[in-house]
Write a protein that binds this ligand. Structure first.
Ligand SMILES: [Mn+2]
Length: 357
């Protein structure tokens, strides 16, 4: 149940509807505005009498409570907070990534491993890792909300997490379309562009794909058009069309292809990013990995990175990582024992260690 977030959202929508000029123009009697006000306050009251929402509500109160918890424990300079965005409908092939966030959480806390990251951070410490739940994507779409507004809901949710210093969002996708509203929120909230390290088999920079400007094949076109990134480094690329290269040139993207990885490896495993901008954003598409390591993805593309290549890139990166996402795990394509979910979970664990300090 994600009712709390829906209620908050509906309240805001109703207020907006009430305050919009069109509404005033169309109102013929005084009764209609009163009716809307009553409805609005009813929802406001409903929200205020369930201060925690449900666990997994992903709403304002949950981020606020988690922020208060971290500060009560003595705080941290930066603290990772998971935010699930179970969105799969902008995929061009399969929609399974909508089911990924619970599988990743299950794997993070699986009893087959422990709560310590490779470099010694304890994920059980709320100053290292908290979780604010999921944005209620499907429930909001069930209300007939289009993608322009849905993307705004995602951006607003990310901003609510960032509001609670020192929380920094680590977003669990979802397909790759979510990176656009997430990066937009991070850049707007911090007040300037970030550098992006993007690990992926694909550049995801089509102007639009199959007529969809929010396609999971297009988020980095929207990000670069919006001016939300200064540098965009794409690593692991091995499925790229002429449009992908042209768009890369157009936006000044640094595309590192797998066919030259042995030449680029030392450089990529010792990166220093983010100087002179607001920080670094890391976007990891699980299909950056070779399918031998991560078969549970929608677009299987042989010839990818090893898991250790990716960890070397992340561990050795010198950067202030302000937010990140792990996207495109498709549980419907995973092995029966959920191997790729464990792979995605370990990426989340190690990214958590990178962000928190
Ligand atoms: Mn991909």
């Amino acid at each position: 149940m994600h009712g709390f977030f829906v209620i908050n959202w509906i309240s805001a929508e109703l207020l907006f509807t009430y305050l919009s000029p069109n509404r005033f123009a169309s109102v013929q009697s005084n009764l209609l505005p009163c009716f809307w006000f009553c409805i609005y306050f009813f929802f406001l009251l409903s929200a205020s009498i369930q201060p925690c929402g449900e666990l997994g509500g992903g709403g304002f109160t949950m981020a606020k409570l988690k922020g208060e918890l971290v500060r009560a424990l003595g705080g941290a300079k930066a603290s990772t907070s998971l935010l699930g965005v179970p969105l799969g409908h902008n995929s061009s092939f399969l929609q399974g990534p909508a089911f990924a966030p619970p599988r990743i959480r299950e794997a993070i806390w699986c009893g087959s491993t422990n709560s310590t990251t490779e470099e010694g951070k304890d994920l059980n410490d709320p100053r290292v890792l908290t979780d604010v739940g999921d944005v209620s994507i499907q429930e909001i779409r069930d209300c007939g909300v289009d993608d322009d507004r849905l993307m705004k809901v995602i951006s607003d949710s990310v901003k609510l997490v960032m509001e609670e210093d020192p929380l920094r969002p680590l977003v669990l996708g979802g397909d790759h379309s979510i990176s656009f509203p997430v990066v937009r929120a991070v850049s707007e909230k911090l007040g300037g562009p970030v550098d992006i390290l993007h690990l992926d088999a694909h550049p995801d920079i089509y102007h639009s794909f199959e007529g969809n400007k929010y396609s999971h094949a297009s988020p980095f076109a929207r990000i670069m058009e919006g001016g939300y990134a200064r540098r965009l480094l794409q690593v692991g690329i091995r499925s790229i069309t002429s449009e992908g290269r042209e768009q890369g040139k157009r936006f000044g993207v640094e595309q590192y292809e797998m066919r030259t990885f042995s030449r680029d490896q030392h450089f990529l495993e010792n990166l220093k990013l983010g100087e002179g901008v607001k920080g670094v954003y890391i976007s990891v598409d699980v299909d950056c990995l070779d399918p031998a390591f991560a078969p549970g993805v929608s677009h299987i593309e042989p010839g990818g990175l090893s898991f250790r290549n990716v960890l070397n890139i992340l561990h050795n990166l010198q950067a202030d990582v302000v937010a990140a996402d792990v996207v495109e795990l498709n549980p419907q394509r995973d092995t029966v024992d959920g191997m790729t979910a464990m792979v995605a979970a370990k990426l989340v664990r190690e990214l958590t260690a990178k962000i928190s300090k």
